[in-house]
Write a protein that binds this ligand. Structure first.
Ligand code: G6P
Length: 520
């Protein structure tokens, strides 16, 4: 990260950068000796944002969660803490410590599932959601309250510095933060990045008007709104136009609100390719790989995911079952390894989904397995080294989300795979905009088409498979996380120095001049 650190520090020398995200950059790792140590946090947001925070030296405002609460002694609202992770990264974390009930309403009622389900089109609208006064209460006492606490903490951090605040707030948990911060710091530069899909204006109407208007009013207090894909940008502008009646400019990608111009831009998030390659070559990963080599079959289909409904794990199993019916010749020669992590277990829909995932895998294994061969290897485990070892070993990576903001599994997998593996990729994953040309594209709802895609991937001529893998790897190398960061920072610079020449929208394959400094 050295090049990007120098570059961002230069670009941001006049700013006091603050990141705000629900999740902190670290998780607590319990080592065998009873010392508390920190590891880098999990999930797409933390992966991308850690680089940004380290590169900018930003303070990271985050919420206390159960796992950390017992481990750290601190007061929300206090001074930032310097936390060092096992890989030597140092993060300044400034904590928001909401009352437990408020956090529960904010996280487990409004953010997940309500907003998450709306933004991934997960509601089965004939039946759910059923909104009532309790939703209104959760909005007022949970979502608004925690957003207010985040905004207060951001403002406190901003006032500790002497330079102009630059607030980079993130994701669907914090949609109200830009407005609340703008009230206190009218001259701050505010950018809000949304990591998940932005659905159509019609689908937003699942939410009552008080909620969706406050969300838009909150977000549109930012100077720049960052999204993952072209389609998200378009849907956002359409939402401004249709649901808010605002003038928008699709060519310039701007919306006009309360006398201000808001830039709505696409910054596809990515991974730190170099660092990820280093991880893949580490002794821990190599050890995990040796273990996999002891049992891996002739062909390995792999998936690694949080057990989220958006990831479409069950249809993936159904598709695989159909493959084994249609092509019995694969029986005994292929294994579908699903390495899954439990997530959001306080939300009933997630608990039920986790139960179903396990059940479906068991039934398929009972129906089709034998004493010597189990078609699905299901592991519920949060083990980064093992996940990366799986990336190196797959022949086919299945990434079939219903909808996904980006999906870094696809990018991580093709970066470190050693077998010229194929990628079977949902057309509704954000990463499809970058990798679709060389992946095998599927409609994630069509289990027969997915089965055929798996078959095609397994049979693909090795020369073609390697050639496609190379193309995809080159795209990820080109558009790695340094580019995600630099594209945002250049826009921020252009915003505050309007005289600087406007650059064209970042193309996928051609670096813009300032980025050349970063290409390593
Ligand atoms: C996605 C979201 C993030 C979130 C992550 C993990 O990547 O965009 O905001 O942090 O999932 O989910 P969790 O609820 O465990 O933070």
């Amino acid at each position: 990260m050295l090049a990007i650190e120098q570059y961002t520090r230069r670009l941001l020398k006049d700013f006091h950068p603050i990141v705000a995200a629900n999740r902190p950059p670290v998780d607590v790792a319990h080592e065998p000796a009873d010392r508390t140590r920190f590891v880098r946090g999990a999930g797409g947001l933390v992966t991308g944002l850690s680089g940004l925070a380290l590169a900018t030296g930003a303070v990271w405002v985050a919420s206390v969660r159960d796992g950390l609460e017992g481990e750290l002694e601190f007061d929300g609202g206090g001074e930032p803490m310097m936390l060092e992770t096992t890989d030597g990264s140092r993060f300044q974390v400034s904590w928001v410590n909401p009352p437990r009930l408020a956090y529960d309403l904010y996280y487990n009622t409004i953010a997940n599932p309500l907003l998450w389900f709306v933004q991934h089109y997960l509601w089965n609208l004939a039946e759910a959601p059923v909104l009532d006064d309790s939703t209104h209460l959760a909005w007022n006492e949970g979502y608004r309250r925690v957003n207010q606490m985040f905004a207060q903490q951001v403002v406190r951090e901003a006032r500790r510095g002497r330079k102009r605040p630059l607030v980079l707030s993130h994701d669907y948990h914090l949609y109200l933060v830009p407005r609340l911060v703008r009230r206190e710091l009218p001259d701050a530069v505010l950018q809000h990045f949304v990591h998940i899909p932005w659905p159509t204006p019609q689908y937003w109407k699942v939410l009552p008007s008080y909620m969706r208007e406050e969300i838009m009013d909150g977000l549109l207090a930012a100077d720049i709104i960052g999204l993952q894909t072209h389609s998200d940008v378009r849907n956002f502008l359409l939402t401004c136009e249709e649901n808010m009646g605002l003038p928008v400019d699709f060519r310039q990608q701007t919306a006009f609100y309360r006398g201000r111009t808001i830039w709505v831009r696409r910054y596809p998030i990515s991974i730190d390719v170099r660092e990820f390659e280093r991880t893949a070559a580490s002794p821990m990963v190599e050890r995990a790989e040796r273990e996999i080599l002891r049992w891996r079959p002739e062909q390995l289909i792999y998936r690694v995911d949080r057990m989220d409904l958006s990831k479409n794990i069950i249809r993936g199993f159904f598709a695989y079952e159909r493959l084994l019916h249609a092509h019995p010749e694969w029986r005994g020669r292929v294994v579908f390894w699903a390495l899954l992590q439990k997530t959001r277990q306080d939300v009933p829909q997630y608990r039920e989904y986790a139960r179903q995932v396990v059940q479906v895998a068991r039934v398929i294994n009972q129906r089709l397995g034998s004493d010597s061969w189990q078609p699905i290897r299901l592991e519920l485990r949060d083990d980064m080294s093992r996940a990366v070892a799986g990336y190196k070993q797959f022949d086919v990576l299945l990434v079939n989300p219903i909808y996904d903001g980006m999906n870094l599994v696809a990018k991580e997998g093709i970066t470190v795979n050693r077998r010229g593996g194929a990628l079977v990729l949902s057309e509704n994953a954000g990463t499809h905009e970058e990798l679709g040309e060389w992946a095998i594209t599927i409609n994630p709802f069509d289990v027969d088409a997915t089965a055929q895609a798996l078959h095609r991937a397994l049979l693909m001529d090795p020369v073609e498979r390697h050639a496609r893998a190379e193309k995809m790897r080159a795209v990820v190398q080109q558009n790695d996380v340094a580019r995600w960061i630099s594209a945002q920072l250049q826009d921020i610079r252009d915003l505050v120095e309007p005289s600087a020449a406007r650059r064209p929208e970042v193309g996928l394959h051609e670096p813009v001049p300032l980025e050349r400094e970063l290409l390593r």
